[in-house]
Design a protein around this ligand. Structure first.
Ligand code: ATP
Length: 303
Protein backbone atom coordinates (compact mmCIF):
# COMPACT_ATOMS: atom_id res chain seq x y z
CA UNK A 1 0.00 0.00 0.00
CA UNK A 2 1.27 3.49 -0.79
CA UNK A 3 2.09 5.95 1.97
CA UNK A 4 -0.91 7.98 3.21
CA UNK A 5 -1.42 11.46 1.74
CA UNK A 6 -1.29 13.04 5.19
CA UNK A 7 0.30 11.77 8.40
CA UNK A 8 -0.17 13.78 11.58
CA UNK A 9 1.24 12.43 14.83
CA UNK A 10 1.01 14.10 18.23
CA UNK A 11 0.64 17.66 16.96
CA UNK A 12 -0.01 20.51 19.42
CA UNK A 13 -0.39 24.24 18.96
CA UNK A 14 -0.57 27.14 21.41
CA UNK A 15 -1.52 30.76 20.81
CA UNK A 16 0.25 32.48 23.70
CA UNK A 17 -0.85 30.55 26.77
CA UNK A 18 -3.92 29.06 25.06
CA UNK A 19 -3.64 25.50 23.76
CA UNK A 20 -5.65 25.28 20.54
CA UNK A 21 -4.52 21.73 19.60
CA UNK A 22 -3.52 18.97 22.00
CA UNK A 23 -1.60 15.96 20.70
CA UNK A 24 -3.74 15.44 17.61
CA UNK A 25 -2.99 12.41 15.39
CA UNK A 26 -4.64 11.13 12.20
CA UNK A 27 -3.85 9.91 8.71
CA UNK A 28 -5.61 10.58 5.41
CA UNK A 29 -5.28 8.04 2.61
CA UNK A 30 -4.69 9.13 -0.97
CA UNK A 31 -7.94 9.70 -2.83
CA UNK A 32 -10.12 9.76 0.27
CA UNK A 33 -12.37 12.50 1.60
CA UNK A 34 -11.62 13.20 5.25
CA UNK A 35 -13.71 15.65 7.27
CA UNK A 36 -13.02 17.59 10.46
CA UNK A 37 -16.03 18.23 12.66
CA UNK A 38 -16.03 20.22 15.87
CA UNK A 39 -17.79 23.05 17.68
CA UNK A 40 -16.68 26.65 17.10
CA UNK A 41 -13.15 27.11 18.40
CA UNK A 42 -12.36 23.37 18.42
CA UNK A 43 -9.16 23.92 16.40
CA UNK A 44 -10.25 22.79 12.92
CA UNK A 45 -8.99 25.84 10.98
CA UNK A 46 -5.77 25.84 12.98
CA UNK A 47 -5.13 22.22 11.96
CA UNK A 48 -5.82 22.96 8.29
CA UNK A 49 -3.49 25.98 8.33
CA UNK A 50 -0.72 23.95 9.96
CA UNK A 51 -0.97 21.40 7.13
CA UNK A 52 -0.16 23.94 4.44
CA UNK A 53 2.37 25.87 6.50
CA UNK A 54 0.29 29.00 7.15
CA UNK A 55 0.54 28.44 10.92
CA UNK A 56 3.44 26.71 12.63
CA UNK A 57 2.91 24.01 15.25
CA UNK A 58 5.26 23.24 18.16
CA UNK A 59 8.15 22.16 15.96
CA UNK A 60 9.77 20.14 18.73
CA UNK A 61 6.63 18.03 19.17
CA UNK A 62 4.97 15.60 16.81
CA UNK A 63 5.42 14.99 13.09
CA UNK A 64 3.50 16.05 10.00
CA UNK A 65 3.90 14.78 6.47
CA UNK A 66 1.81 16.07 3.57
CA UNK A 67 2.61 13.98 0.51
CA UNK A 68 5.94 13.25 2.18
CA UNK A 69 6.67 16.95 2.85
CA UNK A 70 7.07 18.77 6.15
CA UNK A 71 4.90 21.94 6.20
CA UNK A 72 7.36 23.64 8.51
CA UNK A 73 10.16 23.42 5.92
CA UNK A 74 8.39 22.84 2.61
CA UNK A 75 5.29 25.01 2.70
CA UNK A 76 5.87 26.30 -0.85
CA UNK A 77 6.23 22.78 -2.23
CA UNK A 78 3.04 21.77 -0.37
CA UNK A 79 1.13 24.73 -1.81
CA UNK A 80 2.23 23.76 -5.31
CA UNK A 81 0.34 20.46 -4.95
CA UNK A 82 -2.50 21.71 -2.74
CA UNK A 83 -5.62 23.73 -3.54
CA UNK A 84 -6.85 25.82 -0.64
CA UNK A 85 -10.41 27.03 -0.18
CA UNK A 86 -10.29 29.27 2.91
CA UNK A 87 -13.22 30.00 5.18
CA UNK A 88 -13.25 33.69 4.22
CA UNK A 89 -14.02 35.09 0.81
CA UNK A 90 -10.61 36.42 -0.25
CA UNK A 91 -11.44 37.20 -3.89
CA UNK A 92 -10.15 40.44 -5.39
CA UNK A 93 -13.22 42.68 -5.72
CA UNK A 94 -11.44 45.08 -8.09
CA UNK A 95 -11.12 42.34 -10.71
CA UNK A 96 -13.52 40.29 -12.83
CA UNK A 97 -14.09 36.55 -12.42
CA UNK A 98 -11.64 35.74 -15.20
CA UNK A 99 -9.02 38.19 -13.91
CA UNK A 100 -9.19 36.64 -10.44
CA UNK A 101 -8.30 33.31 -12.01
CA UNK A 102 -5.61 34.78 -14.28
CA UNK A 103 -3.81 36.40 -11.34
CA UNK A 104 -3.69 33.08 -9.52
CA UNK A 105 -2.56 31.21 -12.63
CA UNK A 106 0.48 33.53 -12.72
CA UNK A 107 1.08 32.87 -9.04
CA UNK A 108 1.15 29.16 -9.89
CA UNK A 109 3.48 29.84 -12.84
CA UNK A 110 1.05 28.53 -15.47
CA UNK A 111 2.00 29.41 -19.03
CA UNK A 112 -0.54 31.86 -20.56
CA UNK A 113 -2.05 29.49 -23.15
CA UNK A 114 -2.35 26.67 -20.65
CA UNK A 115 -3.87 29.06 -18.10
CA UNK A 116 -6.54 30.20 -20.59
CA UNK A 117 -7.67 26.68 -21.42
CA UNK A 118 -7.54 25.62 -17.75
CA UNK A 119 -9.69 28.65 -16.81
CA UNK A 120 -12.20 27.75 -19.56
CA UNK A 121 -12.41 24.17 -18.26
CA UNK A 122 -12.81 25.23 -14.63
CA UNK A 123 -15.45 27.87 -15.35
CA UNK A 124 -17.38 25.15 -17.21
CA UNK A 125 -16.76 22.59 -14.48
CA UNK A 126 -18.07 24.90 -11.74
CA UNK A 127 -20.85 26.13 -14.07
CA UNK A 128 -20.03 29.84 -13.88
CA UNK A 129 -18.78 30.32 -17.47
CA UNK A 130 -21.50 32.91 -18.18
CA UNK A 131 -20.03 35.07 -15.38
CA UNK A 132 -16.54 35.18 -16.86
CA UNK A 133 -16.59 38.98 -17.40
CA UNK A 134 -18.65 39.79 -14.29
CA UNK A 135 -17.36 41.76 -11.34
CA UNK A 136 -17.19 39.85 -8.09
CA UNK A 137 -19.80 42.16 -6.58
CA UNK A 138 -22.33 40.93 -9.17
CA UNK A 139 -21.99 37.30 -8.04
CA UNK A 140 -24.22 35.54 -5.53
CA UNK A 141 -22.60 33.92 -2.48
CA UNK A 142 -22.87 30.53 -4.18
CA UNK A 143 -21.13 31.77 -7.33
CA UNK A 144 -18.31 33.32 -5.30
CA UNK A 145 -17.76 30.04 -3.49
CA UNK A 146 -17.72 28.13 -6.77
CA UNK A 147 -15.18 30.62 -8.13
CA UNK A 148 -12.95 30.15 -5.07
CA UNK A 149 -13.08 26.38 -5.63
CA UNK A 150 -12.26 26.87 -9.34
CA UNK A 151 -9.32 29.06 -8.31
CA UNK A 152 -8.06 26.35 -5.93
CA UNK A 153 -8.09 23.83 -8.79
CA UNK A 154 -6.08 25.90 -11.32
CA UNK A 155 -2.84 23.99 -10.81
CA UNK A 156 -4.56 20.55 -10.78
CA UNK A 157 -3.72 19.87 -7.12
CA UNK A 158 -3.39 16.38 -5.66
CA UNK A 159 -4.83 17.63 -2.38
CA UNK A 160 -7.79 19.96 -1.90
CA UNK A 161 -8.30 21.58 1.52
CA UNK A 162 -11.68 23.24 2.08
CA UNK A 163 -12.54 25.15 5.25
CA UNK A 164 -16.34 25.10 5.60
CA UNK A 165 -16.97 24.98 1.84
CA UNK A 166 -20.76 25.32 1.95
CA UNK A 167 -21.46 27.46 5.02
CA UNK A 168 -24.26 29.94 4.33
CA UNK A 169 -25.17 28.48 0.93
CA UNK A 170 -28.60 27.32 -0.17
CA UNK A 171 -29.34 23.57 -0.57
CA UNK A 172 -29.06 23.66 -4.38
CA UNK A 173 -25.56 25.13 -4.27
CA UNK A 174 -24.49 22.79 -1.48
CA UNK A 175 -25.59 19.74 -3.51
CA UNK A 176 -23.89 21.19 -6.60
CA UNK A 177 -20.60 21.58 -4.70
CA UNK A 178 -20.85 18.07 -3.23
CA UNK A 179 -21.34 16.68 -6.75
CA UNK A 180 -18.22 18.50 -7.95
CA UNK A 181 -16.22 17.20 -5.00
CA UNK A 182 -17.38 13.66 -5.84
CA UNK A 183 -16.10 14.10 -9.41
CA UNK A 184 -12.72 15.25 -8.07
CA UNK A 185 -12.58 12.26 -5.72
CA UNK A 186 -13.26 9.92 -8.64
CA UNK A 187 -10.34 11.57 -10.44
CA UNK A 188 -8.10 10.67 -7.48
CA UNK A 189 -7.87 14.04 -5.68
CA UNK A 190 -7.50 13.75 -1.89
CA UNK A 191 -9.94 16.01 -0.06
CA UNK A 192 -9.75 17.37 3.45
CA UNK A 193 -12.54 19.59 4.71
CA UNK A 194 -14.00 21.12 7.81
CA UNK A 195 -17.73 21.45 8.23
CA UNK A 196 -20.45 22.20 10.73
CA UNK A 197 -22.99 20.34 8.61
CA UNK A 198 -23.45 16.73 9.66
CA UNK A 199 -25.25 15.92 6.42
CA UNK A 200 -22.26 17.25 4.48
CA UNK A 201 -19.90 14.98 6.41
CA UNK A 202 -22.30 12.05 5.99
CA UNK A 203 -22.76 12.69 2.26
CA UNK A 204 -19.18 13.09 1.12
CA UNK A 205 -16.69 12.08 3.80
CA UNK A 206 -15.21 8.59 3.71
CA UNK A 207 -14.00 9.17 7.26
CA UNK A 208 -14.27 11.97 9.76
CA UNK A 209 -12.61 13.18 12.91
CA UNK A 210 -14.43 14.92 15.74
CA UNK A 211 -12.34 17.57 17.45
CA UNK A 212 -13.38 19.18 20.74
CA UNK A 213 -11.40 21.84 22.62
CA UNK A 214 -8.28 20.96 20.64
CA UNK A 215 -8.51 17.23 21.28
CA UNK A 216 -9.42 14.37 19.01
CA UNK A 217 -12.57 12.76 20.44
CA UNK A 218 -13.13 10.05 17.86
CA UNK A 219 -12.56 9.13 14.22
CA UNK A 220 -14.13 6.75 11.72
CA UNK A 221 -16.57 6.19 8.89
CA UNK A 222 -19.81 8.15 9.44
CA UNK A 223 -22.04 5.05 9.58
CA UNK A 224 -19.61 3.25 11.90
CA UNK A 225 -19.51 6.21 14.29
CA UNK A 226 -23.30 6.16 14.50
CA UNK A 227 -23.22 2.42 15.22
CA UNK A 228 -20.46 2.74 17.80
CA UNK A 229 -21.67 5.76 19.76
CA UNK A 230 -25.43 5.93 19.70
CA UNK A 231 -28.60 3.83 19.90
CA UNK A 232 -30.17 3.47 16.44
CA UNK A 233 -33.58 5.03 17.23
CA UNK A 234 -34.74 8.16 18.98
CA UNK A 235 -38.13 9.50 20.03
CA UNK A 236 -38.04 13.27 20.29
CA UNK A 237 -40.70 15.42 21.95
CA UNK A 238 -41.15 18.67 23.87
CA UNK A 239 -39.93 18.50 27.45
CA UNK A 240 -43.18 19.63 29.07
CA UNK A 241 -45.09 16.56 27.73
CA UNK A 242 -42.55 14.03 28.96
CA UNK A 243 -43.81 13.53 32.51
CA UNK A 244 -47.03 11.94 31.23
CA UNK A 245 -45.63 8.48 30.44
CA UNK A 246 -42.75 6.22 31.44
CA UNK A 247 -41.02 3.92 28.97
CA UNK A 248 -41.44 0.15 29.34
CA UNK A 249 -37.98 -1.11 28.43
CA UNK A 250 -34.49 0.33 28.33
CA UNK A 251 -34.07 3.85 26.98
CA UNK A 252 -31.34 6.44 27.44
CA UNK A 253 -32.82 9.86 28.13
CA UNK A 254 -31.29 13.18 27.09
CA UNK A 255 -32.92 16.40 28.21
CA UNK A 256 -31.84 19.68 26.69
CA UNK A 257 -33.59 23.02 26.65
CA UNK A 258 -37.15 22.53 25.48
CA UNK A 259 -36.73 18.98 24.17
CA UNK A 260 -36.42 15.48 25.57
CA UNK A 261 -35.00 12.59 23.56
CA UNK A 262 -35.41 8.88 24.29
CA UNK A 263 -32.72 6.77 22.62
CA UNK A 264 -33.27 3.01 22.26
CA UNK A 265 -31.94 -0.09 20.51
CA UNK A 266 -35.42 -1.53 20.26
CA UNK A 267 -37.79 0.62 18.20
CA UNK A 268 -40.86 -1.14 19.66
CA UNK A 269 -40.04 0.32 23.10
CA UNK A 270 -40.26 3.81 21.54
CA UNK A 271 -43.42 2.91 19.59
CA UNK A 272 -45.13 1.80 22.83
CA UNK A 273 -43.98 4.97 24.55
CA UNK A 274 -45.27 7.15 21.68
CA UNK A 275 -48.68 5.43 21.86
CA UNK A 276 -49.04 6.64 25.44
CA UNK A 277 -48.88 10.30 24.29
CA UNK A 278 -51.59 12.13 22.35
CA UNK A 279 -51.18 11.51 18.60
CA UNK A 280 -48.67 13.85 16.97
CA UNK A 281 -46.62 14.41 20.12
CA UNK A 282 -43.05 14.27 18.86
CA UNK A 283 -41.73 11.76 16.36
CA UNK A 284 -39.58 8.67 16.09
CA UNK A 285 -36.58 8.81 13.79
CA UNK A 286 -33.27 7.05 13.14
CA UNK A 287 -30.35 8.41 15.11
CA UNK A 288 -27.87 10.36 12.96
CA UNK A 289 -24.43 11.89 13.01
CA UNK A 290 -25.74 15.03 14.71
CA UNK A 291 -26.87 12.90 17.69
CA UNK A 292 -23.37 11.42 17.89
CA UNK A 293 -21.77 14.84 17.64
CA UNK A 294 -23.95 16.36 20.36
CA UNK A 295 -23.48 13.34 22.63
CA UNK A 296 -19.69 13.56 22.31
CA UNK A 297 -19.25 17.34 22.40
CA UNK A 298 -22.18 18.36 24.62
CA UNK A 299 -25.27 20.44 23.93
CA UNK A 300 -24.12 23.65 25.62
CA UNK A 301 -22.94 26.57 23.49
CA UNK A 302 -19.21 26.84 22.71
CA UNK A 303 -18.81 30.54 22.20
P1 ATP B 1 -14.74 27.68 13.88
O1 ATP B 1 -15.63 26.48 13.71
O2 ATP B 1 -15.39 28.76 14.67
O3 ATP B 1 -14.14 28.16 12.59
P2 ATP B 1 -12.29 26.24 14.57
O4 ATP B 1 -12.58 24.87 15.07
O5 ATP B 1 -11.85 26.36 13.15
O6 ATP B 1 -13.52 27.21 14.85
P3 ATP B 1 -9.87 27.67 15.21
O7 ATP B 1 -10.16 28.83 14.33
O8 ATP B 1 -8.80 26.73 14.81
O9 ATP B 1 -11.19 26.86 15.55
O10 ATP B 1 -9.52 28.27 16.65
C1 ATP B 1 -9.19 27.41 17.75
C2 ATP B 1 -8.95 28.30 18.98
O11 ATP B 1 -7.75 29.04 18.78
C3 ATP B 1 -10.04 29.31 19.22
O12 ATP B 1 -10.24 29.44 20.62
C4 ATP B 1 -9.50 30.61 18.64
O13 ATP B 1 -10.01 31.73 19.33
C5 ATP B 1 -8.00 30.43 18.88
N1 ATP B 1 -7.21 31.10 17.83
C6 ATP B 1 -7.25 30.85 16.50
N2 ATP B 1 -6.38 31.63 15.84
C7 ATP B 1 -5.77 32.41 16.77
C8 ATP B 1 -4.78 33.43 16.71
N3 ATP B 1 -4.20 33.80 15.57
N4 ATP B 1 -4.41 34.00 17.89
C9 ATP B 1 -4.96 33.63 19.06
N5 ATP B 1 -5.90 32.67 19.18
C10 ATP B 1 -6.31 32.08 18.06
Amino acid sequence: MSEPAIIVEGVSKSYGGFQALKQVSFTVEKGECYAFLGPNGAGKTTMMKILYGRVSHHPSEGTIKVFGLDPHRNSLAIRSITGIVPQDDNLDYELTVEENLLIYSRYYGLEKHLARSRIDDLLDFMEIADKRKANIRELSGGMRRRLIIARALLHSPQLLILDEPTTGLDPQVRHHIWDKLRVLLREGVTILLTTHYMDEAFQIADRLLILHEGQKITEGKPSELIKAHIEPYVYELPNEKATLCTPKGYVRIEKSGEMIRYYAHDISVLQHLAECFPPGTGFIRQANLEDVFLKLTGRELHE
